[in-house]
Ligand binder design. Structure first.
Ligand code: F6P
Length: 521
C-alpha cells in the first residue's frame, strides 16, 4: 500500500463493520457484565510496553470490537504510514517535511548498522548537536556563578521543557533555579526580573522559528533588562535554541543550539529545546530520557498490532470519538510532579489532530480530536470528578499512576494509590440508589497507565507513547497531524489589531471588535 495515499477510515470495510458492531452490542456493552462474564478480562485487556503497563480492561471494548479495530488499522495502512515516518518520508505533506522527532532519541548507528542515507546524515547531525548541547548543560551545571536559568519560549518551546523539568524534579540539581516565561503578558516576566541578578542568570531563548511574537517580546525585554543592569556578556548569559540560527545571531545571541524543520514544535523537547531539562537533570539523565523514548519508538515500530500499545490506544480513541461520540478525555495524573502533563498533552493532541479536513483538504464527514483536559489527582476528585461520576456526559478518563514514591513521608503514597484505584473502580462499578441523588450510573470507561517509578527513562517512554497514539488516530482519520494552520488566523488578526489599539482606527471592523477596542483604549 502507498503510505501517502492510504484509504481514510470511513472508506474501508472495517468502518462499516464497526458501525454494525456498535449498534449490535458496542453501545450497550456493560463493563460490569463484561468483568462478570470473563474472569480473565484484566489479563486479556492489559498490555506491557517499555516502562509503561496499561490496563485497558475498564474500556468499553470486547474481543470482537478490538479485532475489528485492528482490521481498521490494517485496512487504513497505519503500519505502512508508521514505517514511512520512520523511513524519513515527507509525511507532513502540507509543509513538505519529514517527521523525524524519533531520530532525536535514536542512539548513534552501531558498527555495520544500516540506515537510509538521508537519515544517516541527519542522525550524525543530531548526535553532534546533542553532544554540544549536553556539554553546555554540564558546563552550566558546574558553573556555581549561574544560579538562575530562565527559559523564554511558548507552546512546544515551553510546555515540554516545563512539564519534564517538573516531572523530574527528584533528579534535578538543587544548585539551579529553573524559571519558565511563556506569556506575553508582561506580568509574568516583570514579576521574575526583580528576583534575578545579571551576573547569575542564564536566559535561554527557545523558539523553533525565532519569530514568535510572545517569545521575541519577552526576549527583547529580558535583553533590555540585562543591558540596563549593566550586563554586557551576552555570549555567557544568553543562549538560543532554534532552527533559525541566523535570526538568533542577528538578535545578538552568539551561543546557539540548532535543530531541524523535521521536528514539530510540540515534538521538540528531545532536541536543543530540551536544554533546560538537561541543565536541571544532567547529561546522563537526559540521555536516559531519550533512551526511554527510543524504547517506546522501537515498541511502536516493531510490536505486532495486537500488542502494540500506541496502536491500541489510538484505536480506542477513534472508537470512543467516532462511534460512542465521546467529546473529551480527562487526564488524571496521580503524581504531583506530573501536574503539567495535561497541558502538555493538550498541545500534543489538540494541535496535532484538531483538524476538519483530510490530507487532501477534503472536509471530513466525521469528528476528530476530542478535548483533553485534567488536573492532578487527587485534586480533581475534590473538584470536577462529581461530573465524571454523575454528569450527563461520559468522559473517558486516563489515569497515570506511579508505583514507587520518591519521598519518605509515611502513609501518603498508600492513600494516593488507593484513591487512583478506587476512582477507576467507582467509575466502572457505579452504585445503585433508588433515591436518584446518590445513584452512580457506573459503566464509565477509563484507561490506567502505570509506571513503576517516575524516572527520566519512564517519562521519556510515557511521552513517546502519547506521541505515537496521536499519530495513530490522526493516521486513521486521514489528517496531517504535523501542521498547525489553525493557529495562524489569530496571529494575523492580532497584528492588525495592535496598531488600531494605539490609533483608535476601527474602520472595517465588526461592532463587537470595534466596541471592545474602544473600551480598551
Ligand atoms: O502558534 C503555535 C506554535 O507554532 C506551536 O506549534 C509552537 O510550539 C509554538 O507556536 C512556538 O513556536 P516557536 O517555537 O517557533 O516559537
Amino acid at each position: 500500500m502507498d503510505a501517502l495515499n492510504r484509504p481514510r477510515c470511513d472508506a474501508v470495510p472495517a468502518w462499516t463493520q464497526l458501525q454494525a458492531q456498535f449498534e449490535k452490542s458496542g453501545a450497550a456493552l456493560d463493563l460490569r457484565q463484561a468483568f462478570a462474564a470473563d474472569p480473565q478480562r484484566f489479563e486479556a485487556f492489559s498490555q506491557d510496553a517499555p516502562y509503561v503497563f496499561a490496563d485497558l480492561s475498564k474500556n468499553r471494548i470486547d474481543a470482537v470490537t478490538q479485532s475489528l479495530l485492528f482490521n481498521l488499522a490494517r485496512q487504513c495502512g497505519v503500519e505502512q504510514y508508521r514505517d514511512a515516518m520512520f523511513a524519513g518520508e515527507k509525511i507532513n505533506t502540507t509543509e513538505g517535511r519529514a517527521v523525524m522527532h524519533f531520530l532525536l532519541r535514536k542512539s548513534a548507528l552501531a558498527q555495520g548498522e544500516s540506515a537510509p542515507a538521508a537519515i544517516k546524515n541527519d542522525l550524525a547531525e543530531v548526535h553532534a548537536t546533542l553532544d554540544a548541547m549536553l556539554g553546555f548543560a554540564e558546563q552550566v551545571r558546574a558553573d556555581a556563578a549561574i544560579t538562575d536559568v530562565v527559559n523564554i519560549g511558548i507552546g512546544g518551546s515551553d510546555l515540554g521543557p516545563l512539564m519534564a523539568t517538573l516531572a523530574l524534579d527528584a533528579f534535578a540539581t538543587p544548585t539551579k533555579r529553573m524559571h519558565f516565561v511563556s506569556n506575553v503578558d508582561g506580568h509574568e516576566l516583570a514579576a521574575l526580573l526583580p528576583r534575578l541578578k545579571v551576573e547569575s542568570t542564564l536566559f535561554l531563548i527557545a523558539s523553533k522559528t525565532f519569530t514568535t511574537t510572545e517569545t521575541m517580546t519577552n526576549a527583547r525585554s529580558a535583553k533590555a533588562w540585562f543591558e540596563a543592569q549593566g550586563g554586557t556578556d551576552t555570549a555567557r548569559h544568553f543562549a538560543a535554541l532554534t532552527t533559525n540560527v541566523a535570526a538568533a545571531n542577528s538578535f545578538g545571541i552568539s551561543t546557539t543550539f540548532g535543530f531541524w524543520d523535521w521536528v514539530g514544535g510540540r515534538y521538540s523537547m528531545w532536541s536543543a529545546i530540551g536544554l533546560p531539562i538537561a541543565i536541571a537533570i544532567g547529561a546522563g539523565n537526559f540521555r536516559d530520557f531519550l533512551a526511554g523514548a527510543q524504547a517506546m519508538d522501537e515498541h511502536f515500530r516493531t510490536a505486532p498490532m495486537e500488542q502494540n500499545l500506541p496502536i491500541r490506544l489510538g484505536l480506542l480513541d477513534v472508537w470512543y470519538r467516532n462511534f460512542h461520540g465521546f467529546t473529551s478525555r480527562s487526564i488524571a495524573p496521580y503524581h504531583s510532579a506530573l501536574r503539567r502533563l495535561p497541558a502538555y498533552l493538550q498541545q500534543l493532541e489538540m494541535e496535532s489532530n484538531g483538524k476538519q479536513v483530510d490530507v487532501q483538504g477534503r472536509k471530513l464527514p466525521f469528528d476528530t480530536c476530542p478535548v483533553l483536559w485534567g488536573e492532578p489527582g487527587t485534586n480533581g476528585q475534590h473538584a470536577y470528578f462529581q461530573m465524571l461520576h454523575q454528569g450527563t456526559d461520559v468522559v473517558p478518563v486516563e489515569f497515570v499512576a506511579v508505583k514507587k514514591p520518591r519521598h519518605s513521608l509515611p502513609g501518603h503514597h498508600n492513600i494516593l494509590l488507593a484513591n487512583v484505584v478506587a476512582q477507576a473502580q467507582a467509575l466502572m462499578v457505579g452504585k445503585e440508589d433508588a433515591g436518584g441523588h446518590r445513584n452512580f450510573p457506573g459503566n464509565r470507561p477509563s484507561t490506567f497507565l502505570l509506571l513503576d517509578d517516575l524516572t527520566p527513562a519512564s517519562l521519556g517512554a510515557l511521552i513517546a507513547l502519547q506521541e505515537h497514539r496521536v499519530f495513530v488516530s490522526g493516521a486513521l482519520w486521514g489528517i496531517n497531524s504535523f501542521d498547525q494552520w489553525g493557529v495562524e488566523l489569530g496571529k494575523v488578526l492580532a497584528k492588525d489589531i495592535e496598531p488600531r489599539l494605539l490609533s483608535g482606527d476601527v474602520a472595517g471592523l465588526d461592532s463587537s471588535t470595534a466596541g471592545l477596542l474602544s473600551k480598551l483604549r
